[in-house]
Design a protein around this ligand. Structure first.
Ligand code: UTP
Length: 298
């Protein structure tokens, strides 16, 4: 059965072109949903799943991201002096233990698989690891990565998060070829990145949460170029299947937002805003007024 997973890789070295001009000077991982940067959602989810070491694969221009994890001593003491305990608590919840975070550089955006490979020396040779893409923000209880860890502890092998997507959207994703459908868990017999329309093996798309066997890192050593000329993580996972090792997909329970796209980010803002006790009444009223005005204008 699966060995305990305590390290997670967060590849954050992409160019973020879909979010220009915002991403001209700030990393997209710092963009906030309501009042929390995307990266904090990912960290919180990983912590809930028992992750203890957080490896960021960064690139040029990601300084603001590294700074985000510094403890803000001055701010903390000013909040303490003015008795703003609630804010102090919020701020402290973002503090990471010394040595829990490592940054490693990807010098060129050669693809997600390459970004993951850049972290290879920070893992032991026989160590399974998680990969979390901060673009995918998931509302779920328990959080998605925890659901996956629980499933993985039963199955071992590698495990990817998966969800059904409409046929017209499937070619934007990595897609599973299903050997055995056990309900929440499926066993894959293949995996293909961005299949051309009509060639997809299923509508089960892989989204940005992975628990990977150490052999996936060895597969990445080949640095094979795949779809779009990029070194694809999907291909390294597909190699596992080709070599006879288990790869599973988990149909997680929850709602996923593609915060790498503008529409997805806006939807997530609405969903998370409506969940907040301090905002939901005013926000819901505003949204229904807007909708009523739109309908009246039609
Ligand atoms: P995306 O496909 O969303 O690419 O990468 P991107 O560059 O971030 O964004 P767009 O498409 O230009 O708007 C998925 C994830 O993989 C990381 C990204 O940071 C993101 O978390 N990634 C991608 C890397 O770290 N390095 C790469 O070479 C490619």
């Amino acid at each position: 059965m699966g060995r305990k997973v305590t390290k997670a890789i967060f590849p954050v070295a992409g160019l973020g072109t879909r979010f220009l001009p915002a991403t001209k000077s700030i990393p997209k991982e710092i963009l906030s949903l309501v009042d929390k940067p995307l990266i904090q959602y990912a960290i919180d989810e990983a912590r809930a799943a028992g992750i203890e070491e957080f490896i960021f694969v960064t690139s040029r221009g990601k300084g603001a991201l590294e700074d985000y994890f510094d403890h803000a001593h001055e701010l903390e003491s000013s909040l303490r002096k003015s008795g703003k305990d609630k804010l102090l608590e919020t701020l402290r919840a973002t503090n990471m233990d010394s040595g829990a975070i490592a940054y490693i550089r990807q010098h060129k955006a050669l693809g997600l698989g390459h970004a993951v490979w850049c972290a290879r020396r920070l893992l032991q040779e026989d160590e399974p690891f998680a990969v979390v893409l901060t673009d995918d923000v998931i509302q779920g209880e328990p959080p998605c990565l925890q659901q996956m860890i629980e499933a993985y502890e039963e199955t071992g092998g590698s495990m990817v998060a998966t969800m059904e997507v409409p046929t017209e959207k499937v070619s934007s994703y990595g897609v599973l070829d299903v050997a055995e459908d056990m309900g929440a868990i499926v066993r894959a017999k293949g995996m293909v990145e961005k299949p051309a329309a009509g060639t997809q093996p299923s509508n089960l798309a892989v989204i940005g949460r992975y628990i990977l066997a150490p052999t996936v890192m060895q597969n990445l050593n080949k640095l094979k170029q795949g779809a779009g000329g990029e070194i694809q993580l999907t291909d390294a996972i597909a190699d596992e299947i080709a070599e006879g090792r288990d790869v599973f997909g988990l149909r997680f329970r929850g709602q996923r937002f593609d915060c790498g796209s503008k529409a997805g980010f806006l939807q997530a803002t609405v969903a998370f805003g409506l969940e907040r006790d301090d905002l939901k009444d005013e926000f819901a009223e505003y949204l229904s007024d807007v909708m009523a005005m739109r309908r009246a204008a039609e």
